[in-house]
Design a protein around this ligand. Structure first.
Ligand code: ZN
Length: 149
């Protein structure tokens, strides 16, 4: 499970959020997700790389759900699996967190392995680096919003 942050704007006619920048990768990605849903563990579909391109890498931010929720909390934004925020508000929250002060450096989380569970952990300053990535998304959104889901 993952969450993607993307520049968006509200379509006044349909009252729905639309991505400012669209790319084939989104469609290809959701096709791949669908194909994987019904796939067995040794299905070829697991060897198909997740589609990405310059637009998707530079304009959107995709994160594991747990890390994305932690990032929202880190930035003082209401934690939810999906939402929207004014890009300027998000950029301000990111910039505050990027001031080089001790409280703005997150500690790492050590990996945990048990019989049934592997948690890969998290490097120190992980949230700080993702904050810089999210600021880039907010800047791409300009006067619009950033939505996530
Ligand atoms: Zn793309």
């Amino acid at each position: 499970m993952s969450i993607t942050f993307t520049p968006s704007r509200l379509d006044a006619e349909t009252n729905t959020w639309e991505q400012l920048f669209t790319c084939d990768c989104f469609e290809k990605g959701s096709e791949l997700d669908k194909a994987r849903e019904g796939a067995g563990a040794d299905d070829e579909v697991w060897n198909v790389p997740y589609p990405s391109c310059e637009i998707c890498i530079n304009i959107n931010l995709n994160m594991a759900t747990g890390n994305a929720l932690d990032l929202l909390h880190w930035l003082g934004i209401t934690i939810d699996y999906s939402g929207e925020i004014k890009a300027a508000e998000l950029a301000a929250a990111c910039r505050r967190r990027l001031w080089d002060e001790p409280r703005n450096h997150d500690e790492g989380i050590p990996p945990v392995t048990t019989d049934k569970y592997v948690y890969l952990g998290r490097e120190a300053d992980y949230l700080r680096r993702r904050t810089a990535d999210l600021l880039r998304v907010a800047e791409e959104a300009g006067e619009h919003h950033v939505s996530w889901a």
